[in-house]
Design a binder for this molecule. Sequence first.
Ligand SMILES: [Mg+2]
Length: 373
Amino acid sequence: MKIIDVVANNLTIPYPGKVRPAWQPGLVISSHNFTLVRIFTDEGIMGIGGTSGHLAGVILTQVKPYLVGEDPLAAERLARVYRNAGSGIWCIDMALWDIIGKAARLPLHKLWGSYRNKILAYASAVEMGKPEDRALLAAHYQELGFKAMKLRFHNEKMADDLFILDACLKATQGKMDFMVDANQATNLPSPEQGVVWDFQRAWRMARELEARGGLWLEEPLSRYDFDNLIRLREATEIYIAGGEKNQGLHEFRWLIERGVYDIIQPDCAMSEGVSQLRKVAAMAEIYKRHFVPHHSMSGIGLSAAIHLSCTFPGLTWVELMYEPRTRTIEAYQQLGGILESKIWIDREGYVAAPDGPGLGVILNEKKIDQYTV
Ligand SMILES: [Mg+2]
C-alpha cells in the first residue's frame, strides 16, 4: 500500500454561544478552529486525523512531501517526520493508524489488544461559572447519566472555588464524583493573567478536596515545577493529575520516573501520536501510575484516546468536553456535523469503544466545504 495524497482543511466551526474558557481568563471565543486531515492510499483506504488550530499550511509544506509515496503501515518510521514538524502535527499518526486498522479490518483497541471495551466518562466543563449555575449544570449532567464532572477552579479566593464544589455536591446529593482542574500548567495566551497558584495554595486545596471526596486535582502547579509537584503528591492523598501540555516521550519519562503525577494525561494530537502514547501507557503501567488521556481536541482524537485507554489495565476515564449552551457536542466533538459518529454515554455513564475498523469515526465529507476557510 502507498500513500497517494494528503489533504488538510482549515475549518472554522461556529459555537452556538460565546465560550469563555476558564483556562484563558478574559478570552471570549465564538468558533472552533480545527485542521482536518485525510490521507488517501492507492488501495482506496482513507485515514482521518485532526487537531485544534489551523495547521494545514505546515502539514502541506512540511509533512506531505515526506509522506506521499510512502507505505502508510510504516508508522514508526514516519513518526520521525511529524516529531520534527511541531506538536499538533501528531494528528497525522492518528490518520495513519486509522488506515492500519481499516486495512486489518479491526478497531484499534482490538488490533493492539483489548483490556476493556467501555470506559467510564466524565463531563468536562469549560467555563468557570458561579456556584448556582455550576450546580444546575452538575444536576443536568447527573440527569444525563454522568457519574463525574470536572470543575474549573480559577477564582482569586480559594473560598470562592470551594463554594462552587459545595453547591455541586449539594445539587447532586453526594452521588456524583468531582475532579478539579486548576489549569496551572497551561500557558495559552489570554487577555488577563488569572490566578497563579503556589505550593501552599495547591496543598491547602488538595486537603480541602480530600475532605470532600474529590477524585483528582489536575494541573495544580506550573508545568515544569517538578520539585513542588512531587512534594505535593507526597504530602497529600488525592490523585494529582497532569501532562496534557507536555510533549515528547522524554517529558513523559520525567513525569513517570520522577513521580510528578499519579495520573498521566497525554493528548493524542499535541503530546505525541496515539501509537507513541502506547509507550507512555506501558511505562505508566510499569510504574503503577494511572493513564487518563486528555480529550484530544475532537471526536477524532477522542476516538484515538478511547482505543488507547481500552488497552490500558488500570484506572482510566474518558473526558467528554461538554458545555451545553456553548461548547456543544455537535460543534466541538462532531465538528458541526462533519463527524456523523458521536461519542456519548450509555445509561451507566460508560462510553463504548468505537466498533468500526481503525478509529471507527464516520465522516460526512459533504459538510467539509461548509466550514473550510
Ligand atoms: Mg486539563
